[in-house]
Structures are given as C-alpha cells and as structure tokens.
Design a protein. Structure first.
Length: 431
C-alpha cells in the first residue's frame, strides 16, 4: 500500500474510532519542550482533576479515600499521592467492578490483558484514554521521523486458527503492516525481502533478535530502517549487537502496559523519557515502579504496582527534552530463587549477566529454570565456551555462594513461541 492511501485510511479510521486523537496529539506536541518545572506543574494540575473525578465517580476510590482519610482538596504536591495505598494487579482484578466509574462515556472499548503472570484483567477504556495512548506513541514516533501509517514489519503473537488468521491479515493490510508467522529460514527470507519497503519494525524484542540473528547468519540484504521498536520485554545487551548489524540501528524501548498506558519511550539519544503529561511514576523502597494513569477515567488506575523494578533519573538528556528518565528496567520482581538455606530475588540474574557485559564484554542470551530446591538450570545460547562458563560460574558464586548449584548448558537457540520471554522460570512451588 502506498503512503498516501495508508495515511488516508489511518485518518479515516482515527476519525471513527478515536475522534480525540489529533487534539491530544497537538496537546502533547505543545508540551514536548516544556521545562521540568512547567511539566511538574502541569502534571499536578492533571492529577488533581483526575483524583476529583475518581472520588466522585468510582465507588472503590470513594470508599478508599474515606477509609485512609485522603482529601483531594488537600493535595498541594505530587508527594500527597503517597497517602493513598498502592494497588496490585490482583486487587485490580478483585475490585474491578467497583473501580470502574459510573460516569456514562460516549464511547468505550473493552480492554484485556493477561501479563507475564497469567492473571487476567478486563476493563473498560474510555475513548480519550485510548486516544491519548495513541497520541503519545505518535509523538514518540516523531522523534524518529516515523508516522503510524508508514509501512512496517510486525513481530507479535499470531493465532493460527483460520478465523483469527484471516482477521489478522485484514487488520494488517489496513494498518499497512506485515508480520512474521514462524522463524524458519524460508519465512525469515520472505519477511526480510518485505523489509526493503518498510520504514520501521515493532514487536517483542526477543523476536526481533531472533530474526536479526537469522538475517545476519544467512547474510541477507540489510534493510534501512528509521526505527526498531521493542516492547513488552527486557532488551538484553546481546540483542542490540544483532539488531545493529541487521537493521543498522539498536532496538528502541517502548515501556508500558494496557492498564498503565504508555509509560516511557526511548529517544534517539538513548534516554527513556516518561510520558509525564499523562502518567505519574513513583518507585517504592525496593525500586518497584508505581504508576498512576492520569487519563484512565473509566477505570482509574491509581498507584498501581506494575511488578517491575526500575531506576529513575532526573539528568538532562542530550535531546533537550526535560521529561524525567527511566534509566534502567531491571525486570519483573516476580519469582524467587530457592537455595538450600536462603531465598534470592530472580532479579539477581539480571545483575550477573549485566556485570559480565560491562566488566568482561561478554554478552550472553540466557534462560534460567528452577525445578528443584538448590539447583538452577541455565541455558546459554551459542557454541560451548569454557571461558564463558568459568566466568559465569565465578559471577554466580558472588551472589549465591554455595547455596545454589548451577547446571550450565549451551544450546543452539531458544524456541520462539510468540509469547513474552521470561528469563527466569520457577516450578519449585509445583513440586
């Protein structure tokens, strides 16, 4: 599909589905270069309006504010939000009906998410919320001179049933995109040839890595892309090596969730800027992120513990934008590694492999699985490498000592199952 036709279809579709898209996009473009102090003022203004609405229209928050003696009229700073207890995903699910506001919106969409934990959440999303999320993405795409209607490749889950396959192909056509279905040599070659007409690619970072690796191994023609967007997963250092070689640029990180909205997007300078106009980010004492979605009027998401551990930064980015930065997404708080004597956070593996990358210049793609107490199987992608095994064991010993034994295995590659990749899986509670 040519760009002119694709743009017309996009505009027509937005006019029907997201009538507030362009006004919201203009609003975000206006505030893009605001100073840090102005952004904080704007965020506080939007927070107060949002809390007032939630208190008036959400049975859950009306009761919660009363119970914790929280008064919106007394809010004078962002810190006052800490007087409201944080909420988990399980609590969102449990209280879903009463969290929903009783306000009658002109247009709503049904949204659902399972997440890496498998916990299903279903909620109503008002049209403006949906439009703001899309407008935020459009603004971020502008940083790379990309428009949402541009031709693009898509790495995502794919349902092979005839009904869903047909629907996916129709949607792909009207969104001017094409996707990869399997990761065999022939399909990657077909996908690679299509990339010559693409402006950008997007999808799960692990899948982008798998295709990049095959393109490099098979010495296929390298496409010239403006943006390689990875979402929903951690982006390992080893992924970037293959991405740069295959696509001419690193994977840019998009961070968010269906219930939290777009939280942050990486600019060309390498900083993940928080979308502070519409999202408020805090971290607790364990650096677990807490998100308030300032446009979730139909289903208020206030101080939501997303489950990720991150580090924040107020340093000024070279791009000139004053939006605060998520410096690092360390990963899911999630499961624990069970030793003979002690319990360890699964995030320890993040530090182990990050240290190898920074201190030893050894970039490894890995998966760790625990099925028995005191023993973890670690699969490393690539040929057997005694040096890599030795320095990995040495680094693991720094964190786990002799409390956990490790079975190191080298594998040709990992199966791509069109699902989010989890770098540590524990089955120990099932035994």
């Amino acid at each position: 599909m040519n760009s002119t036709l694709a743009k017309k279809i996009f505009i027509m579709g937005a006019k029907y589905r997201n009538p507030s898209l362009w006004p919201e996009y203009d609003r975000l473009k206006e505030s893009e270069w605001y100073s840090s102090s102005r952004l904080k003022e704007l965020q506080l203004e939007r927070l107060i309006l949002f809390l007032e609405f939630a208190e008036k229209n959400s049975p859950y928050y009306k009761k919660l504010f009363r119970r914790c003696d929280f008064s919106v009229s007394g809010v004078s700073s962002i810190d006052d939000l800490k007087n409201i207890p944080a909420i988990s995903k399980n609590e969102l699910i449990e209280h879903s009906k009463s969290i929903h506001t009783d306000y009658k919106f002109r247009k709503e969409f049904l949204a659902e998410t399972s997440g890496t934990t498998g916990s299903g959440l279903e909620f109503k999303k008002n049209e403006n919320w949906d439009s703001v999320n899309r407008a935020s993405m459009m603004r971020a795409y502008d940083w790379y001179d990309v428009k949402p209607w541009d031709r693009h490749g898509y790495f995502w889950g794919y349902n092979i049933s005839l009904q869903h396959a047909t629907k996916a192909k129709v949607l792909d056509y009207f969104q001017n995109r094409f996707r990869i279905f399997t990761y065999d040599k022939e399909m990657v070659e077909v996908f690679s040839r299509k990339l010559s007409s693409a402006i950008y690619v997007a999808g799960y970072s692990s899948m982008i890595y798998e295709v990049a690796k095959l393109i490099n191994d098979l010495n296929m023609k390298k496409p010239i892309l403006k943006l390689v967007k990875g979402t929903s997963e951690m982006i390992l250092d080893v992924y970037q090596v293959e991405a740069k070689k295959a696509f001419g640029r690193k994977i840019a990180s998009e961070y968010g969730a269906a219930e939290s909205g777009l939280i942050a997007f990486e600019c060309p300078e390498g900083s993940m800027h928080i979308n502070v106009e519409d999202v408020l980010v805090e971290v607790d004492e364990n650096n677990e992120i807490i998100v308030t979605n300032l446009v979730s009027y139909s289903y208020p998401v206030i101080r939501y513990k997303l489950g990720d551990v991150v580090t924040l930064s107020d340093e000024m980015c070279g791009c000139g934008r004053a939006h605060p930065i998520i410096k690092e997404i360390i990963g899911r708080k999630g499961a624990s590694v069970v030793g003979w004597q002690n319990i360890y956070p699964a995030l320890t593996f993040y530090y182990v492999f990050k240290n190898l990358a920074i201190e030893k210049s050894v970039l490894l793609n890995y998966k760790a699985v625990q099925k028995r107490k005191g023993l973890v199987d670690i699969s490393i992608e690539g040929m057997v490498n005694v040096r890599h095994e030795d320095i990995l064991i040495e680094e693991l010993m720094k964190y786990f000592s002799n409390d956990v034994s490790f079975n190191i295995m080298f594998v040709n590659g990992f199966d791509s199952n069109n699902k989010k990749t989890q770098y540590f899986e524990s089955y120990i509670n099932l035994i």
